[in-house]
Design a binder for this molecule. Structure first.
Ligand SMILES: [Zn+2]
Ligand SMILES: [Zn+2]
Length: 519
C-alpha cells in the first residue's frame, strides 16, 4: 500500500456494522475493502459459488476470497475447498478466507502448510487491513463506544482563512503577500484516535493530620490508533469539541467499537502513567517535634478516565511561494485558528508562529520567510523586502551608517558612488595616508580635512611652542586630536571603499532566484 493510493482527497471513511450484516452485504463490504486496496473486484454470485465469493484482480495477481460472516469458526474442509478452487482458476491465483468467527486449529495448520498460496483473515486482521484504507468494521462483541469527530471548515474556507491569516502577518514588497501565498487543499484524512480524559483528586493524611497532602491533576490526551498523532496535533485536538457523531452508512445507527481495539487497556496505561507521576512522599513534623515521612502513592484505580473514539482530521495543503513549493499539514476546527502541524519544505515552527501573530518578512529575491526580528530592513530606495542573505549594505563615505539596498538599487547607486574607483584600495596608500592624513585625504576629495590636518600642527609648532605659554599643552592636545580623527577617517574610508568594491564584484554575478513579472 503506497501513500499515493491514499492521496484521494475525497475518500470518506466507510463504516460497516457486522452484527446487522447479511452474508451478501458482507461480501460487498469485502469487495469495497479490496477496491480501496487497489484491486478490481467481481462478485460472481450465489449460483456459481464454488467457494469463491469475491475475485480481486490487480496487474500482478488474482485473489479468490471466501467470505464467511458466521459466529462459528471455519474448519479444514473450507480451506481445502478454496485451495482446489484457486488451483483450477489460474496458476498464479491465491486464496484468502475471511471469517469473522475465527478458524479451527486443523484449518490453521492446513493453511500454514500451504504457505503464501492461502491466507486466513480473522476479525482482527480484517479490522487492521481495513483501517489502513479507511474502511472500518465494527462488531457489537468488541464494545459499545461511539465515534466522534470535530466540525471542520470546508476546503475553500480553509484556504481563504489560512491565506488571510498568513498574509496579515507577512511583509512583502513589491509582491503583495495575498497574491504570493496560495495554499490549496490537496488531501483530507481522518486519523482514528482516542481522546482520553483523566481526572485525579486524592487526599493523603494520617489520623492526626488528615490533610497532609492533596494531589489534583487533570488533562486530555489524544492518542493515535495506527498513525502517530504529533504533539502539536495532540495539543490542538485536546481542546477541540468532538461533537459530530458519525453515522453508520449501513443502517444509519451510530457505530460502535469502530477501531477494534481494547479501549480499557488504553485507558489503563494512561491511569498507570498519571498515578506514577503524581506519587510522592511528604515530610512533616509531628506534635512531638519529630520529623516523619509519609509516602503518598496514587493507585491507578484512583485516576478516573473517559475514553472517546474520535477521528482526528489532518489536511494537507500544497503551498507555493515563488520558486519554493511544498506541503503543509494543518489541524483545523471550525471556529478556531488553524494550526500548522508539519511541513516538508517550509519551516513549520515559523509558519505556526506566523499563524499565532508573529510578524515575518518575505524575501522578494529568494522567497524565504524570515522572522521580522531577524530580517534586515527593506531596501531604502524601493522598499523591497529582503532576507539576511540578499540585502546589500552600501557603506557611507567616511563615518555614519550603511544604507540597506536591494541588488538593483545598489547597482544604480554604484555608478555615481563616491566610493567607486578610489585609489585607497591599495594597502600601501592607505598606510601612508593614515600616517600622514593630509596625503590620504587630499586625493579623496576631503580637501578641507586635509588642510586642517596639515595646518593645525604647523600652526601649533610656530605659536604654541615658541611662546611657551600655558595654552601650549592645550593646543598640543587639540592638534593631536585633529590628527587622530584625520588618520581614523583615512582608515575608515579605506575599509568602506574595500567593502564597496567587494559588493560590486559579488553583484556582477548575482541573480535572483525568484524571477517573475512582478520583480
Ligand atoms: Zn533572500
Ligand atoms: Zn531597491
Amino acid at each position: 500500500m503506497t501513500d499515493g493510493h491514499r492521496s484521494n482527497a475525497s475518500r470518506e471513511p466507510v463504516v460497516y456494522r457486522l452484527s446487522k450484516m447479511s452474508g451478501f452485504a458482507f461480501e460487498k463490504a469485502i469487495a469495497t475493502l479490496f477496491e480501496r486496496l487497489g484491486y478490481t473486484t467481481e462478485i460472481p454470485g450465489r449460483t456459481s459459488d464454488f467457494g469463491r465469493d469475491v475475485i480481486a484482480t490487480s496487474s500482478d495477481e488474482t485473489i479468490i476470497i471466501e467470505c464467511k460472516h458466521t459466529q462459528s469458526g471455519v474448519g479444514r474442509p473450507v480451506v481445502q475447498k478454496l485451495h482446489s478452487a484457486t488451483l483450477s482458476f489460474d496458476d498464479s491465483a491465491r486464496g484468502i478466507i475471511v471469517c469473522t468467527g475465527g478458524f479451527s486449529e486443523p484449518a490453521k495448520d492446513h493453511a500454514a502448510e500451504l504457505g503464501s498460496v492461502l491466507k486466513l483473515w480473522s476479525y482482527e486482521q480484517l479490522v487492521r487491513r481495513g483501517r489502513q484504507v479507511d474502511v472500518y468494521f465494527r462488531s457489537e462483541a468488541q464494545g459499545t463506544d461511539l465515534v466522534f469527530e470535530p466540525s471542520l471548515r470546508s476546503d475553500g474556507d480553509l484556504e481563504v482563512t489560512v491565506r488571510k491569516h498568513w498574509a496579515d502577518h507577512i511583509a512583502s514588497d513589491p509582491r503583495p503577500p495575498r497574491e504570493v501565498l496560495m495554499p490549496t487543499v490537496t488531501r483530507s484524512r481522518r486519523l482514528p484516535a482516542l481522546r482520553i480524559r483523566y481526572r485525579l483528586d486524592e487526599q493523603f493524611g494520617t489520623s492526626t493530620y488528615p490533610n497532609l497532602h492533596r494531589v489534583r491533576d487533570r488533562g486530555t490526551l489524544i492518542v493515535g490508533v495506527d498513525t502517530d498523532v504529533t504533539p502539536v496535533e495532540s495539543d490542538y485536538w485536546s481542546k477541540a469539541s468532538f461533537d459530530v457523531r458519525r453515522t453508520d452508512p449501513v443502517d444509519g445507527n451510530p457505530p460502535s467499537a469502530l477501531f477494534g481495539i481494547d479501549l480499557d487497556s488504553r485507558a489503563e496505561s494512561v491511569k498507570r502513567k498519571v498515578a506514577r507521576s503524581n506519587s510522592t512522599s511528604v515530610r512533616y513534623t509531628g506534635r512531638n517535634n519529630q520529623t516523619y515521612t509519609k509516602s503518598c502513592i496514587v493507585e491507578p484505580e484512583d485516576v478516573e478516565t473517559d475514553v472517546l473514539q474520535v477521528f482526528v482530521p489532518r489536511q494537507t495543503l500544497d503551498l507555493r511561494i515563488g520558486p519554493t513549493s511544498g506541503r503543509v499539514w494543518i489541524a483545523q476546527e471550525r471556529g478556531r485558528t488553524p494550526r500548522v502541524v508539519e511541513s516538508d519544505e517550509f519551516d513549520a515552527d515559523l509558519l505556526r508562529d506566523i499563524g499565532d501573530g508573529e510578524p515575518a518578512v518575505l524575501c522578494n529575491d529568494c522567497a524565504t520567510l524570515q522572522r521580522e526580528a531577524t530580517a534586515p530592513r527593506p531596501c531604502e530606495e524601493c522598499r523591497r523586502t529582503l532576507c539576511q542573505a540578499h540585502h546589500w549594505d552600501h557603506p557611507p563615505a567616511v563615518f555614519g551608517s550603511a544604507r540597506v539596498l536591494c541588488a538593483d538599487c545598489y547597482r544604480d547607486i554604484s555608478e555615481h558612488s563616491a566610493l567607486s574607483g578610489s585609489p585607497l584600495r591599495r594597502t600601501s596608500r592607505a598606510v601612508l595616508g593614515a600616517l600622514i592624513p593630509p596625503v590620504g585625504l587630499w586625493p579623496e576629495g576631503f580637501r578641507v580635512g586635509a588642510l586642517l590636518a596639515l595646518f593645525v600642527p604647523a600652526g601649533l609648532v610656530t605659536t604654541g611652542l615658541t611662546a611657551g605659554t600655558t595654552q601650549g599643552p592645550t593646543l598640543y592636545a587639540v592638534a593631536a586630536l585633529v590628527w587622530v580623527v584625520a588618520a581614523t577617517a583615512v582608515l575608515k574610508r579605506t575599509s568602506n571603499v574595500r567593502a564597496h568594491h567587494r559588493n560590486r564584484v559579488e553583484l556582477q554575478a548575482y541573480e535572483r532566484d525568484w524571477k517573475t513579472d512582478a520583480s
